[in-house]
Ligand binder design. Structure first.
Ligand code: FES
Ligand code: MG
Length: 603
């Protein structure tokens, strides 16, 4: 380390020294250093005063989306070493979106908790958060917010574009299309799997604007990763270079004592909300960003999403709202090209500080789209006012709807009053969990038609448990064959960010705790009024009272038994989607402090 770096390390008082170099406590120092020497790291290094940088490794064979981080960690280490730090890599609890049953949603808070204990309880001065697959990103940001030591995120990057018969196939999004084709008899089982697999041609995360690209982009928008880093496809050489630069940057951050609380301010979160609208981000974003803000101690709620995000135009032409994929997004300039436009239009605040010590304005002031078909000009967007709408009514206190995927077809079919083009009505078909849906969706007795609204309940943080992405419901095969490819969906669960059907999601409170959805019955009419931002079952109050009385004593719609200890603990501690579905006790604790001082000695 340089002399200036050495002086800076003394000035910030590295916390790792309390383990590795504490002359006042030789007993414990000896105990701490001896075991970290046993794989070849030298005493000289441990006592050099160089910052210890923890690499929070989220990639593994269980998390293919992030697995490339195992390779990237080599370049990270080189950057860390070159800047005068010492890298220590450690695993995090795996969270893979598609493979983890009953839902990766259950594990976000578990990874959060375990990462807090790791960052807090070990000799780590700063950390690189290796983000990627949907929940890995918020889990890492939430933990960094709680421990509040210098932290920078490194995205693993999206997969290369998928192709099938000359057309782009995007992860997730192609599944919904392939399901329809299978239901319509256009492809068989083998063709189905082949088509879906074509969307995953390389290492990396989902190449659509699903939750992964959304959360990696928003991490950059928050200032928690290097500018331009989110969109670089995983296999590109630029991704390796980015890992190296990220490694160098975290050492500088430790020496400058630049912490998450300096970066993840309310200003930064409001910028991220606006970027989310402009990129056509996932409906999971409010859950994860609100959760991160709560752990950071920043005021942020769903009303902010409506107030700050709703009027922002959609300019990123990526599936599911548009047509392109991750490689195209990168070529067109990625997140800086979006933020540069928003900045010049006065739609984001350029003064927010970012990980590299520069402001948003410094980073993206000049950035422009390199391909106006992929990242459109603000004046000629894919859609105007494309943010999330926050709805309430007698079915729930809060739910979100992604305005960017409301099609003209939807408007034509559900419009209830030509003089009021923002009011829609349909007839509910209610399913208690995805098993119920799968068992009955093709049953002609349900009488579904083009005016039906598919309702999923029992899919929230407590009911599922974990809050599953099961509010993506295809219409019955018979309707698909008749040309109806999507019905609106409504539910207390989540929806994959890769899905493009008009949907009302994340309803809180959920049916399992007695939210209004618990009272809805198949055949009830449901009215969606976008202008007044209301969703109501058109059932008279006396009947609603009767139904509520019938439910009394049960708490809500019955949920399946917990199957693991964590499911049970999670159910007791988790809040609802509108407030981030965090472990409420964790946030309660943080109101007193983030984490408190240094931990006690271990022996
Ligand atoms: Fe992991 Fe989409 S499933 S990124
Ligand atoms: Mg998903």
């Amino acid at each position: 380390m340089s002399e200036a770096g050495d002086a800076a390390a003394k000035r910030v008082g590295l916390r790792s020294r309390a383990w590795f170099d504490n002359p006042d406590n030789p007993d414990m120092t000896a105990l701490y250093v001896e075991r970290y020497l046993n794989y070849g790291i030298s005493l000289e290094e441990l006592q050099s005063g160089k910052p210890i940088i923890g690499i929070a490794q989220t990639g593994s064979d269980l998390v293919p989306c992030n697995r490339h981080h195992i390779v990237l960690a080599e370049r990270l280490r080189e950057g860390i070493r070159e800047a005068g730090g010492i890298a220590i890599e450690f695993p995090t609890h795996p969270i893979q979106e598609t493979g983890k049953r009953p839902t990766a949603g259950l594990d976000r808070n578990l990874t959060y908790l375990s990462l807090v204990e790791t960052l807090y309880g070990y000799p780590i001065d700063g950390t690189v958060l290796t983000i990627g697959c949907d929940k890995t990103t918020p889990a890492c940001l939430m933990a960094a917010a709680t421990v509040n030591i210098p932290a920078i995120a490194l995205s693993v990057g999206p997969m290369l574009n998928g192709w099938h018969k000359g057309e782009r196939t995007g992860s997730g999004t192609i599944v919904w299309k392939a399901r329809e084709m299978l239901a319509a008899g256009e492809i068989d089982y083998k063709g189905f799997i082949e088509l879906v697999a074509s969307s995953a041609p390389s290492t990396g995360f989902c190449n659509t604007m699903g939750t992964a690209t959304t959360m990696n982009s928003l991490t950059e928008a928050l200032g928690m990763s290097l500018p331009g880093s989110a969109a670089i496809p995983a296999p590109y050489r630029d991704r390796q270079e980015c890992a190296y630069l990220t490694g160098k940057q975290i050492v500088e951050m430790v020496l400058a004592d630049r912490k998450p609380s300096d970066i993840m301010t309310r200003t930064a979160f409001l910028n991220a909300i606006r970027v989310n609208s402009a990129i056509g981000g996932s409906t999971n974003a409010p859950i994860h960003l609100n959760a991160t803000a709560r752990h950071m101690g920043v005021e942020l709620d769903l009303a902010d999403w409506e107030a700050h995000g709703a009027d922002v135009p959609l300019v990123v032409n990526l599936q599911p709202a548009g047509k392109y994929l991750g490689e195209d997004f990168y070529r067109a300039g990625g997140v800086p090209a979006v933020m540069g436009q928003l900045l010049r239009a006065g739609m984001i605040d350029g003064s927010a500080l970012t990980a590299n010590g520069r402001t948003v304005a410094d980073n993206v002031g000049e950035a422009e789209s390199e391909d106006a078909d992929v990242i459109l000009p603000l004046e000629r967007p894919l859609r105007h006012a494309a943010g999330l709408s926050v709805l309430s009514g007698n079915l729930f206190d809060n739910a979100v709807m992604k305005l960017s995927v409301i099609s003209d077809d939807f408007r034509r079919t559900y419009l209830s009053d030509p003089d009021d083009p923002d009011a829609f009505e349909g007839v509910a078909a209610v399913f208690d969990g995805p098993e119920d849906y799968h068992a009955r969706i093709d049953d002609p007795a349900l009488g579904l038609d083009a005016r039906s609204i598919l309702v999923m309940r029992g899919a929230g943080p407590i009911g599922y448990p974990g809050g599953a992405e099961v509010v993506n419901m295809r219409p019955p095969a018979a309707l698909i064959r008749a040309g109806i490819h999507a019905l609106p969906c409504l539910g207390d669960g989540r929806q994959s960010g890769t899905s493009g059907s008009p949907s009302i999601l994340n309803a809180a409170p959920e049916a399992a705790v007695g939210g209004g959805l618990a009272l809805l019955r198949t055949g009830d009419r449901v009215r969606i009024d976008l202008k007044r931002r209301r969703v109501d079952m058109l059932v008279d109050d006396a009947e609603i009272d009767r139904r509520r009385a019938a439910l009394a004593g049960t708490g809500g719609v019955a949920a399946p038994e917990s199957q693991t200890p964590w499911q049970e603990i999670h159910r007791q501690l988790v809040g609802q989607f509108d407030t981030g579905a965090v472990l409420e006790d964790a946030v309660r604790f943080q109101r007193i402090a983030q984490t408190r001082g240094l931990p006690r000695d271990s022996h």
